[in-house]
Design a protein around this ligand. Structure first.
Ligand SMILES: Cc1cc2nc3c(=O)[nH]c(=O)nc-3n(C[C@H](O)[C@H](O)[C@H](O)COP(=O)(O)OP(=O)(O)OC[C@H]3O[C@@H](n4cnc5c(N)ncnc54)[C@H](O)[C@@H]3O)c2cc1C
Length: 419
């Protein structure tokens, strides 16, 4: 089936990790989802069980109690979680975000103190940036900390925090009041790790009632004169914003991986349903409209898979730029189209371009071309309709791409036959 695509970055070792993860999620998590959705958080014992089978913090080096893996191990676990479970368990924030902040910006002492317990699942991580008045515009945050001897005193209200109810270690983004240095940038952000059980003045709000992802623990957190040792600061004072921005590509990539797995799963489920469901005496899948719609969906699923695979490999090589990660999160068409065709070129050069992937490439890329040109002509206004403008000629020239070389409906037939 066209949706059973195997990523080029997959290895036997990663496949083995995926098998362990899948069996673990099926056995230990799937039967608990209803309970976790009801209570709106995942039980703490589950984190410890996951730690025991090696599903937490795969990028943590052995010296800090981890398996010393890389981002591909995290992606393999994320993919399997997304395949087996409804969304809910905040491991991506714990293992894919918080761990990396500590590893990358924390001191050796902080790594030794926190990472082994995060690998075990006895300490759960969260990151608190968002405030009621500052979401997209992170720098608008008003949460403050001031230094008092060897401590910071934090006053902040954070909202929508994943793992908020259960987190033991929360990286809080605040602005420092700095009476000693009035010239210091008042917008500079500092990251401070709050250890929940040792932080007087730290209060959790109730779990927020979301319209979906019910098992996910999402909360408001309040820091009211909350005292934290200065030694808990992650990185230098005022260095938080670049750190947040540097970590964003990885966070977005993990979200994109989830999106791709869910897209593939939707195609698989709908395919099975329409092949089973009878209308007018034959399977719904035999109707041409169903076949075409699913051929289109399967192509999109493949395109976003290739896009995300490219990002995964780029990130593993330390070459995932911020802009491509942002594109991946919203599956930007032009970049996805480029990666799709690049994949086909390489596959063909290796003698491995199959008929159905070539059909996907032909119909989808020509369709993207026409969609994009239509938008561009629109932005040119009346000039976009005048022959002397290259964009107008490109628009007119593009249309036939969907017709020749095998009309796009025929391409969809080829794909649908293989689904
Ligand atoms: C389930 C869930 C889990 C979350 N987990 C965490 C977490 O663990 N830690 C954490 O810190 N935060 C977390 N968040 C917060 C999340 O990151 C924010 O919700 C997000 O950044 C958007 O901020 P906002 O909700 O304040 O919306 P706003 O920033 O108010 O945005 C509202 C709308 O305005 C648009 N908009 C804003 N600025 C612009 C602009 N310049 N140009 C055009 N449009 C614009 C936005 O795109 C959006 O459509 C979580 C949120 C949810 C719902």
């Amino acid at each position: 089936m066209a949706t059973d695509y195997v990523s080029e970055w997959m290895t036997d070792e990663l496949q083995a990790l995926r098998d362990v993860a899948r069996q673990f999620f099926e056995r230990e998590a799937a039967p608990q989802m209803a309970k976790w959705s009801e209570q709106r958080y995942v039980d703490r014992e589950f984190w410890v069980k996951a730690g025991r089978v090696g599903l937490l913090c795969p990028t943590v080096p052995e010296e800090y109690g981890g398996p010393g893996g890389n981002i591909l191990h995290q992606v393999a676990i994320t993919e399997e979680q997304s395949r087996v479970l409804e969304k809910g368990w905040g491991n991506n924030v714990h293992s894919g975000v918080v761990t990396d902040y500590i590893l990358r910006y924390g001191s050796k002492e902080q790594c030794e103190r926190w990472l082994p317990s995060m690998v075990e699942g006895t300490v759960i991580g969260a990151i608190a940036m968002t405030e009621p008045g500052a979401g997209s515009d992170v720098r608008a945050m008003t949460g403050r900390a001031r230094r008092d001897g060897d401590e910071y005193v934090i006053d902040a209200a954070k909202t929508f925090i994943t793992n908020g109810q259960t987190a033991d270690l929360i990286i809080v983004a605040v602005k420092l009041e700095n009476p000693q240095d009035p010239a210091a940038d008042p917008r500079a952000i500092t990251l401070i790790a709050v250890e929940a059980d040792q932080a007087p003045g730290f209060v959790r709000g109730a779990p927020l009632r979301k319209i979906g992802q019910h098992a996910a623990d999402t909360s408001e957190l309040f820091f009211e004169g909350c005292r934290v040792p200065v030694a808990n600061r992650i990185g230098a004072e005022g260095a938080g914003f670049p750190a947040l921005m540097n970590q964003m590509p990885q966070e977005r990539l993990i979200l994109a991986v989830n999106a791709v797995v869910q897209t593939e799963k939707a195609v698989r489920l709908t395919l099975a349903y329409t092949k089973e469901r009878k209308v007018f005496g034959k399977p719904l899948y035999d109707q041409q409209n169903t076949r075409f719609v699913l051929a289109e969906c399967a192509t999109l699923a493949r395109a976003v898979r290739l896009f995300v695979d490219h990002c995964i490999v780029a990130h593993a090589r330390g070459r995932l730029d911020n802009e491509t990660a942002a594109m991946a999160k919203c599956a930007t068409l032009a970049r996805a189209a480029r990666l799709f065709v690049d994949h086909c070129i390489v596959a063909h050069a290796r003698g491995r371009l199959d008929n159905e992937t070539a059909a996907m490439a032909k119909w989808w890329l020509t369709d993207v071309q026409c969609q994009v040109l239509d938008e561009c002509v629109q932005l040119f206004g009346g000039y976009g309709y005048m022959e002397e403008y290259p964009i107008a000629r490109m628009y007119a020239d593009a249309r036939v791409q969907k017709i020749y070389g095998g009309a796009n409906e025929i391409m969809k037939e080829i794909i649908a036959r293989a689904l």
